[in-house]
Design a protein around this ligand. Structure first.
Ligand SMILES: C[S@@+](CC[C@H](N)C(=O)[O-])C[C@H]1O[C@@H](n2cnc3c(N)ncnc32)[C@H](O)[C@@H]1O
Length: 259
């Protein structure tokens, strides 16, 4: 177990996880479903998931499409929780969670039909994004696809970067549509399908869709009962609201550029 979280300084996703939020991506389950709809997973195919968190997406695809998943997650508490969730879903044979760093994907020698990464590239520097995308490309089988769910910025990039970094307390560095396409291209990946939409992580409607009514009530109760938690969550919510016309989610599929 990690040390007790300092809610004043912890990254936004850890704050939201402490509040009880399970789905920690900008477009929520709806956007993830769009990725799955484009993908046409076949039974027995393999998926590498980066930053698998509590195993939510890994469980969804293993259960519904009969694929095998290897998830990489750095936070030991999230790894424990993911393994518990996977066991409870009866999917231990199909999903393995590795406690590890996505900057060290060279430790994984297998290649996969798909690499899935949600809400992890946005918080990396330009160099970090390039490094991870290069490693993703190297872990795809011929014909394999990278499935991405991140944050997009539409305008006022420096204002967005400053506001999000202050409130999420990570290097939130969303890219424009063109920039996502360019970083992918530089890593040898070409975007095939894409969709953008509203940044709904802390919108009530998306929360109910993602966490269920009971889950949402529980999260709101936790936030109301803890002033430190409340302060951080409201700060993030305010920032997302202020920047609502400037930011959104993006989902895209991409494949290795063929020469
Ligand atoms: C914003 S959450 C997204 C979680 C999940 N993919 C989702 O969409 O709900 C980011 C996750 O990335 C994990 N993470 C951050 N840096 C990492 C790294 N270098 N290697 C592996 N996991 C990392 C965090 O522990 C956290 O679980």
């Amino acid at each position: 177990m990690t040390a007790t979280l300092n809610l004043a300084t912890a990254p936004g996703h850890q704050v939201l996880a402490t509040a009880g939020k399970k789905i920690l991506r900008p477009g929520g389950k709806k956007a993830t479903e769009q990725l799955f709809a484009w993908t046409n997973f076949q039974p027995g195919e393999t998926v590498l998931e980066l930053a698998a968190s509590f195993g939510e997406s890994a469980i969804a695809i293993a259960k519904r499409f009969d694929v095998s998943v290897i998830g990489v997650e750095k936070n030991p508490d999230s790894v424990t929780k993911a393994r518990e969730n996977i066991k409870a879903a009866g999917l231990s044979e199909r999903i393995t969670i590795i406690e590890g760093d996505i900057f060290q994907l060279d430790k994984i020698t297998d290649k996969f039909d798909y690499v899935l990464a949600e809400a992890i590239l946005t918080m990396q520097s330009d160099i970090g994004k390039a490094k991870i995308l290069g490693a993703i490309k190297n872990h795809l089988k011929p014909g394999g696809k990278f499935l991405s769910h991140e944050m997009v910025v539409r305008r006022n990039e420096s204002q967005v970067h400053q506001s999000l970094s202050q409130t999420i307390r990570v290097n939130a560095n969303p890219l424009t549509l063109t920039e996502w396409s360019t970083v992918c291209k530089k890593a040898g990946l070409t975007i095939q399908q894409q969709q953008t939409g509203e940044m709904g992580l802390l919108n009530l409607g998306q929360m109910v869709r993602d966490e269920g009514l009971f889950g949402t009530v529980k999260i709101i109760g936790n936030i109301l009962n803890n002033s430190h938690l409340r302060q951080r969550v409201l700060q993030m919510r305010r920032s997302f609201h202020q920047q609502r016309n400037n930011i959104g989610y993006i989902v895209f599929t991409s494949s290795v550029v063929s020469h």
